[in-house]
Design a protein around this ligand. Structure first.
Ligand code: PAF
Length: 282
């Protein structure tokens, strides 16, 4: 496995490692089993003769001024071990100066899908995500890229980014990996106190309740959202609901007659941690 923090070296390696298929997994590090599943999926897509490139970069432009950029866990040694175990070929772990030269004056702005859900509480976040993902797509020149479905809004926005900016990359959304009690794995779970951690699985339980109701014929988004809110309030009193929203899975807009798939997304603050989760209704 190769590791570099340099764009020049990444390009040099890419020039001589032209496997039949190059698959990219962008991450911010602090890798856990959820990321391991993404890299594993990338390895399967690439096949043994293809290449898997993982980026590890805590991207400053996607953090708001009062967010956890400084505190975001940085665990490069452990991250590299996970990448190696999952069969990655190249790790690109640049410093901020490498990705953002002084005096930079261009960035992307997303004007629609980022306005609701997480974007409403995190203005500018998805502009930062679009900017860094564009830069990484340009650098890596992958045939395929793998993202987790836990960040459902991010995946929808990156699908739109690839479509609108004509990236020739196939995007793969991978199912969320969960702890035994249903809590979605997240680098931010480590911020939870013992008591918060004990209550946090209520998010998943509430989403499953909504899915059960949907399967029994309940299709009113307000009713589904209320069901989820009541469950979280009852079983996770330390949680402060940021949003609960049942929307069209592609446009992230209210459900309409053209909706093919509904997703219910939630975000809940537990102290310093803001946890997100979602469920597709099929
Ligand atoms: O999902 C993440 O870890 C980040 O938002 C991403 C896609 C790597 C961009 O920094």
């Amino acid at each position: 496995m190769n590791v570099t923090n340099s764009i020049r070296q990444l390009r040099a390696w890419s020039a001589v490692n032209k496997g039949p298929r190059r698959v990219f997994v962008p991450t911010m590090g602090a890798l856990h089993e959820g990321h391991a599943a993404l890299i594993h999926a990338a390895r399967e897509i690439a096949g043994q003769s293809g290449n898997v490139i993982v980026s590890i970069f805590v991207n400053p432009t996607q953090f708001g001024p009062n967010e956890d950029f400084e505190k975001y866990p940085r665990t490069l040694v452990e991250d590299l071990a996970i990448c190696r175990d999952q069969g990655a070929d190249m790790i690109f772990a640049p410093k901020a100066e490498e990705m953002y030269p002084p005096g930079r004056s261009i960035q992307l702005v997303e004007t629609s899908l980022s306005k609701a859900l997480c974007g409403a509480t995190r203005p500018g976040h998805f502009d930062g995500v679009c900017t860094i993902v564009t830069k990484l797509f340009n650098l890596v020149q992958a045939d395929d890229a793998v993202f987790g479905k836990k960040d459902y809004q991010q995946l929808a926005i990156i699908r739109r980014l690839a479509r609108d900016l004509d990236f020739n990359v196939t995007l793969h959304g991978i199912d969320t990996v969960r702890e035994g009690d249903g809590l979605a794995m997240s680098s931010r779970n480590r911020y939870l106190s013992g008591e918060e951690r004990a209550q946090a699985p209520a998010l998943r339980a509430a989403l499953v309740l909504a899915r059960d109701a949907w399967k029994k014929g309940e299709s009113d988004p307000d009713v589904l959202e209320k069901l989820i809110a009541e469950h979280i309030q009852q079983h996770a009193p330390l949680g402060q609901i940021d949003y609960i929203s049942a929307v069209d899975a592609e446009s992230l807009q209210p459900i309409s007659t053209t909706t093919q798939l509904v997703v219910v997304a939630v975000a809940v603050f537990f102290g310093k941690a803001r946890l997100i989760d979602n469920i597709e209704l099929k």
